[in-house]
Design a protein around this ligand. Sequence first.
Ligand code: ATP
Length: 256
Amino acid sequence: MSLRGATATLGSRPVLRGVDLTLRRGEVVALLGANGSGKSTAVRSVIGQVPLTGGEVTLFGTPLRRFRDWARVGYVPQRTTAASGVPATVREVVSSGRLSRSGLLRWPSKADRAAVRRAIELVGLTDRAKDAVDALSGGQHQRVLIARALAAEPELLIMDEPMAGVDLASQQILAATLRDQVAAGTTVLLVLHELGPLEPLIDRAVVLRDGAVTHDGPPPRAPGQHAPTGHDPKPLTNQGCHPHTAEEPLRTGLLT
Ligand SMILES: Nc1ncnc2c1ncn2[C@@H]1O[C@H](COP(=O)(O)OP(=O)(O)OP(=O)(O)O)[C@@H](O)[C@H]1O
């Protein structure tokens, strides 16, 4: 995927100011930066949720406006309250992630059901498959969202702060899940505040500051290290790591 010269304005505020971000097949890239630097906006523009005012997005070589093959893309939004109060089971939510591949109008095939089962197993929730998602912890809920993205067996996986507010046990399961995906050749774009347990998986880090790229290269080696450009005097890990408070549910088009 690539984002070239991307500019975007939210309200009257320029949020992306000429962002270039390219992922080659099989790469694992971390998008880092302080709160409000534009990370979420950048990934949401990749999946068409934020319109660009300039520049372009291409997915698998196709310009976004002509791209239709959404089953090739898995997207895990920032933690939301989208599932709370919805009486859906883990299996139902994960199955919804398969619809981009199976379509709404036909009965799920054996392969669809197996992919859903595998995705639930990958995130370690097999024993909770019949439970309502709103009976799960925050970390387990995040695992459900990841399983939902994996159910379509995407070639490109985009995750927005998958570790935010996730307990250590879930973090380890997520890291292992991601390791399997990467080993299978999936391309991964991760929005992160710090590399944490995902560090060994990451090939490259892109650092945003005020909507512009200040670094594109090797990831900072240790948590707490400074941004590698020398332009940013603040440690990447200590900029108000925030449990995301209740946010509006996102309508991604990938999740229904
Ligand atoms: N819907 C919106 N309307 C107006 N401004 C917005 C909107 N969404 C985000 N912004 C602003 O755009 C800027 C970039 O936000 P974005 O969520 O992309 O940053 P981020 O780097 O992902 O931050 P965080 O680490 O806090 O998630 C912020 O200043 C934010 O306040």
